[in-house]
Design a protein around this ligand. Structure first.
Ligand code: AMP
Length: 276
């Protein structure tokens, strides 16, 4: 596996790869969720490129940019073992050189859910993903369902701006007790780690209720709220019961639903979701 930092090094190494090229963008501190994307890309593409970049523009000033976990040496070994051909690790100076002032914004689908709680987040995500796409020029790019809204936003951007890239969304990888893998899980102490199962527990309860015939959006949201409120270490930020493509909040009876939620456990903000 080759590792490159600058745009010119990337271009030179990218030119040597045979297509189709699959691309896996990450912020590093890799776990089995990230590696499931790389493995899927390895199965489906002739060449695989991964990136590791903790993107400052998608963090608000109050968020965890400085403390976000990093371990490039370990990440490199994991990606190499998964069969990645090329790793791009740009620095903030490579991505945002002096004078940078061009942004990519997606409108409606970024205003709700994570976008309502984190108003500048998706502008950072779409801008950096557009730059990563322009650098790597993949035929396919792999994202996780873990960040359900991000997948919707990226699909929208790719369609609206005619990026010739197929977006592949891969299932959420979970711990045996249901907790979705996340680099931020390392912030949790053992009591918090236990409490964090409330996200998947409450989503599964909503799924079970749905399959048992409860199709009222307000009642389904109330069920999740009640379960999270019963966990003393967890604070519910939002629970959404929305259309999986438009992300518009459902009212009354529902048939296809994306349940998504953000919960604070101590100072750690966790997200999870489930489609029924
Ligand atoms: P991040 O490093 O958090 O930006 O994540 C990089 C990619 O990995 C994103 O497309 C995430 O949705 C995906 N991802 C993160 N956690 C998981 C997980 N538990 N299962 C599947 N994909 C994941």
């Amino acid at each position: 596996m080759k590792t490159v930092t600058t745009i010119s090094e990337l271009r030179a190494e990218r030119a040597k790869l045979t297509g189709p090229v699959g691309f896996v963008p990450t912020m590093g501190y890799l776990h089995a969720g990230h590696l499931s994307l790389a493995r899927r890309a390895r199965e489906e593409c002739a060449s695989v490129v991964a990136s590791i970049f903790v993107n400052p523009t998608q963090f608000a000033p109050t968020e965890d940019l400085a403390s976000y976990p990093r371990d490039l040496a370990r990440d490199s070994h994991l990606l190499e073992d998964t069969g990645v051909d090329l790793l791009w690790t740009p620095t903030p100076e490579v991505m945002y050189p002096e004078g940078f002032q061009t942004w990519v914004t997606v409108d409606e689908v970024t205003k709700v859910l994570e976008g309502a709680s984190r108003p500048t987040h998706f502008r950072g995500v779409t801008t950096v993903v557009a730059k990563l796409f322009n650098g790597v020029q993949p035929q396919r790019a792999y994202f996780g369902q873990k960040d359900a809204q991000q997948a919707v936003v990226i699909r929208r951007m790719v369609q609206d701006l005619n990026f010739p890239i197929e977006i592949v969304v891969c299932p959420i990888v979970r711990e045996p007790d249901g907790l979705a893998l996340s680099s931020r899980n390392t912030y949790l102490d053992s009591a918090q780690r236990q409490a964090a199962t409330v996200l998947s527990r409450s989503l599964n309860a909503a799924k079970d209720a749905f399959h048992a015939g409860q199709h009222d959006a307000d009642k389904l949201r109330a069920l999740v709220t009640e379960i999270v409120n019963a966990e003393p270490l967890a604070d519910l930020e939002y629970i959404s019961c929305a259309h999986p493509d438009t992300l518009q909040e459902h009212k009354g009876k529902v048939d296809r639903v994306l349940f998504s939620m953000a919960v604070r456990v101590g100072r750690t903000r966790l997200i999870d979701n489930l489609i029924v």
